[in-house]
Design a binder for this molecule. Sequence first.
Ligand code: TXA
Ligand code: MG
Length: 322
Amino acid sequence: MPATEHAIFKPGAATTTRAVALLRAGLPIGLPTETVYGLAADACDDKAVARIFEMKGRPTFNPLIIHTASAEMAERFVDFPEAARTLARHFWPGPLTLVLPRKPDCPVSLLASAGLDTLAIRVPAHPAARDILTAFGGPLAAPSANRSGHVSPTTAWHVVEELPVALVVDGGACTVGVESTIVGFEGTTPLLLRPGGVAAEDIEAVLEQRLARRAVNDAINAPGQLNSHYAPNAGVRLDAADVAADEALLAYGPPLTGAALTLNLSPAGDLAEAAANLFAMLRALDHPGISGIAVMPVPETGLGQAINDRLRRAAAPREGRT
Ligand code: TXA
Ligand code: MG
């Protein structure tokens, strides 16, 4: 049964104490980050990590992102090649996840990384997340706090609507709004595994090198399994050039007219604003009374790559979705 508003707590010393007590007891909490809300638990506790998979209904072959309070803490768990160090210096704290080799004595639960010899790791920028990570003093595994396959949460309310958590720290609406960009390495070659909150172009500018493109699904040897994701209950139709009277419209720029219900990702065509609005608007348009959600085209540059990646998965066929 979903929790209620009584599970939502404003950030502050009392909330941090309560959150850390739950984490130490092996219970997951709702954690605000600048990208999306996470379902966070002690990354070194197998049982706590198992609870995350269970609460989300997430397949255990899909590994989780590990969050630390600092790059120094991350260094205890993984090896950093030179390029990774450069990226961490530029983009941490922030919406960048690095997939790096686990150190031999890395104490992070193998369940969290699905038995892989790498860890996906990041240092979030949200002050409430940093507070709790610092007070907890260890790494937290945190996937997005939604049921597996559904739309990611960008407010504390979205979390309590679908997961039975005892506590969500209310960090306000997420400012980035799409998940972190994931970068891995094949030897010394950097790979873009998932477009996200840091534009690929900005990473390429720092590395002075192009990122090779590789879907995260190939990297975890589960091709196609997770193609349908971020999906509202209503069907999603992309690149809409027209809209039916019984459809909801997700607009970008000057909107099409005639829809039953319209929300605009960014009337002025600002991609950062559109990313911040994406998941909340998909949820808000997801009405039983509409035949589907029509989405206007979004440019494939900068944060547009992350937005279009999420929209394509929201629109993907749902057979066999987990
Ligand atoms: O912004 C974010 O990254 C949010 C917030 C909460 O930090 N977290 C998030 O986690 O998006 P999640 O679990 O929804 O997505 C994690 C992604 C999955 O696609 C997973 O397959 C990939 O990271 N991943 C995790 N560990 C990996 C590894 N060792 N190698 C390759 N991919 C990995
Ligand atoms: Mg997710």
